[in-house]
Design a protein around this ligand. Sequence first.
Ligand code: PGA
Length: 257
Amino acid sequence: MRCPLVIGNWKLNGNKRIVSDLITIMRNELRSIVNCNVAIAPPMIYLALAKSYLEGSQIALGAQNVDIHLSGAYTGEISAEMLKDIGAKYIIIGHSERRTYHKESDEFIVKKFAILKTVDLIPVLCIGENEAENKSGQTEAICAFQIDAILDNLGIKAFENTVIAYEPIWAIGTGKSAEPEQVQKVHKFIRSHIAKYNSAISKQIIIQYGGSVNITNVAEFLVQADIDGVLVGGASLKAEVFAEIVKIAATVKAKQV
Ligand code: PGA
C-alpha cells in the first residue's frame, strides 16, 4: 500500500512571520497524524527558516525549484546539494508555471530530474495538459510525452522513489478542479505507462493530483485507487485548511487498506 503524500506549494507567497505562523499551526494540528506523508515547499529564501521551525515534526521540507548544476558560475541559482544540505526532501520540477513563465523545456526538466537523483532528493515531476489539449483529447499523449522525456534519457530506474504530480494546467489556481473520475483515468494511464517498463516501480510510484484542491473536493480525489496524494497551491497558505486536507487524506486512504 502506498502511503499518501500531501505537499503544499506556497509559490511566491509568505514572509518570515507567515512562515512562523503557518508552521506553528500546522505542527500543532498534525501532531498525531499517521499514515500520511506531508511536506511544505516555501520560497527558497525561507527554506532554512522553515526547516528550523519544522525540526522535530513529521512535516518534511520541499522546494519549488533546483538548478541543473551542482556548483559554479551560475549567478542566482540554487543547487541540489544546497537543498540537500539544508534538509529539503521533495523538489518540485516541471511545474507548468515554470514551463510557461521561464520557458523550461522537457530537456531542461530532464537535467533537473537527473541532478536531484545524484544527491538522493525526491523529484516531484509535474506534468499535465492545457485546456486546448484537454478539449482535443490529447491529455494522455501529453502526459506520456512528458514522462518519456525522462524515461528515454534516464531510464525507468530513475523513477524509483519519485513522485509524479498530474496537474491539468487549466485546473491550477482557477477554482475549477478536474473531475475525480477523469483524473483517476489519467493516473491509471500514467501508472500503466510506467508498468510497461517496470511493474514494481509502477506500483510504488506516488502519483499526486494538483489543481484547485481544497477541503471540499480532496476526499473525492483520494477515494480513487490511483490518486495517491495531492499537490496543493492556494489552499496550502491557510494552515488550518492545509492540515484538514492532510487529515482527510490520511482517513480516506486508511479506509482503502
Ligand atoms: P492550486 O495550485 O492548488 O492553487 O490550484 C496547485 C499547483 O500549482 O501545484
